[in-house]
Design a protein around this ligand. Structure first.
Ligand code: NAD
Ligand code: TYD
Length: 351
């Protein structure tokens, strides 16, 4: 079936992988990538697909009601895959209102516009909201987040995502808007903005700069290769049940310090440095405020119902990621010039 799909946030990290997968795998679909091109949005992420006939880029803000309404009128979307968001916890601690604006208001504007344009015929329509495992809060040493785990967000970022998830389900229940949510664990891979742990560490190790590890490095995250997340989104978009939530995760928990040690060993090997050189850059710094201790996703529903599973082992994925960063020096230079330096100063100078 020919489809007209709106992907929001397609110039960001995960969004660019989703756009790439959809425009190459489904030449019959028309994919419109809507992105405001904030500091995190980068059209260089999509250079390899930008000229494909089924790809269109629209620059705009999801909080702009008039613009979003015109966009729905222009393209007559039958599917939305909503990824646009402010996505970094540390920035949400610095500026929470920006997160409420984009993540809550922006999502509400999209929902309301979809409802308006689809209200006379909801057949074959789908609003797919991409969310995070952080809405579930923080785990102790044991246990997993299940789809039924009560929401308990603890950072401004996760609170804004939790709020947006609630609005999605409220529109589903109240207005019968066909909607699905997925909640995914931490992603890693190419085109990841170097404010997040893995790309920041790669960038700093390469430049012989300190690698800041918050607290004692004992916080645990469950890491998933970004292409596997994009594959999961494809599977859920096409086969997921309306009104359901699906957890997506890597079954791959790492303490931050162990992850950074592994990354240092890989970097030594790739850069031809004696083993142990990069690890000397590890610097323990003041902990993040309200730092969630542990995230771990139970993704068995997605596996059992829809047959999805991660394709890569972590070490293999991490090596591929390092290779990408080492051979894309220009990309890294572009995103770390200008405003990035100001952010880095503000975030790390006092730690
Ligand atoms: P990102 O920060 O790399 O990209 C976000 C994109 O959204 C950027 O291209 C940005 O320009 C765009 N954007 C921001 N505000 C906008 C606005 N008001 N209007 C239009 N576009 C706007 O984020 P990401 O890491 O790719 O995350 C994408 C989605 O996946 C987010 O919704 C995030 O909550 C979710 N998620 C991320 C992870 C992760 O590990 N990164 C894990 C689970 C879920
Ligand atoms: P991050 O990549 O920001 O993702 P999230 O906070 O959404 O999980 O951080 C991953 C983990 O690494 C988290 O426990 C915080 C920690 N961290 C550091 O120790 N140092 C850093 O410089 C950053 C950015 C994160």
């Amino acid at each position: 079936m020919k489809r007209n799909i709106l992907i929001t946030g397609g110039a960001g990290f995960i969004g660019s992988h989703v756009v790439r997968l959809f425009v190459t795998k489904y030449p019959d679909y028309q994919i419109v990538n809507l992105d405001a091109l904030t500091y995190a949005g980068n059209l260089e992420n999509l250079l390899d697909v930008k000229d494909l006939p089924n790809y269109i880029f629209e620059k705009g803000d999801i909080t702009d009601e008039t613009f979003i309404d015109q966009l729905f009128g222009k393209y007559q979307f039958d599917g939305v895959i909503h990824l646009a968001a402010e996505s970094h916890v540390d920035r949400s601690i610095m500026d929470p209102l920006a997160f409420i604006r984009t993540n809550v208001m922006g999502t509400a504007v999209l929902l309301n516009t979809a409802r308006k344009h689809w209200k006379d015929n909801m057949d074959n329509k789908l609003f797919y909201h991409v969310s995070t495992d952080e809405v579930y809060g923080s785990l102790g040493a044991e246990g997993f987040f299940h789809e039924t785990t009560a929401y308990d967000p603890r950072s401004p970022y996760s609170a804004s995502k939790a709020s947006s998830d609630h609005f999605v389900m409220a529109y589903h229940h109240t207005y019968h808007l066909p909607a699905i949510i997925s909640n995914c664990s931490n992603n890693y891979g190419s085109h990841h903005f170097p404010e997040k742990l893995i790309p920041l560490a790669i960038h700093n190790i390469k430049n012989n700069k300190p690698v800041p590890v918050y607290g004692k490095g004992e916080n645990v995250r469950d890491w998933l290769y970004v292409n596997d997340h994009a594959r999961a989104i494809d599977t859920i978009f096409h086969k997921g049940r309306i009104g359901e939530t699906y957890n997506i995760g890597g079954f791959n928990e790492w303490k931050n310090i162990d992850l950074i040690q592994l990354l240092c060993r890989i970097m030594d090997k790739k850069l031809g440095r004696p083993e142990g050189t990069s690890a000397q850059l590890i610097t323990f710094v003041k902990d993040r405020a309200g730092h969630d201790l542990r995230y771990a996703i139970d993704a068995s529903k997605l596996n059992k119902e829809l047959g999805w599973e991660p394709s890569l082992q972590f070490e293999e994925g991490l090596e591929k990621t390092v290779d990408w960063y080492l051979s894309n020096e220009e990309w890294l230079q572009h995103v770390t010039s200008g405003n990035y330096q100001n952010y880095y100063q503000e975030q790390y100078q006092k730690r």
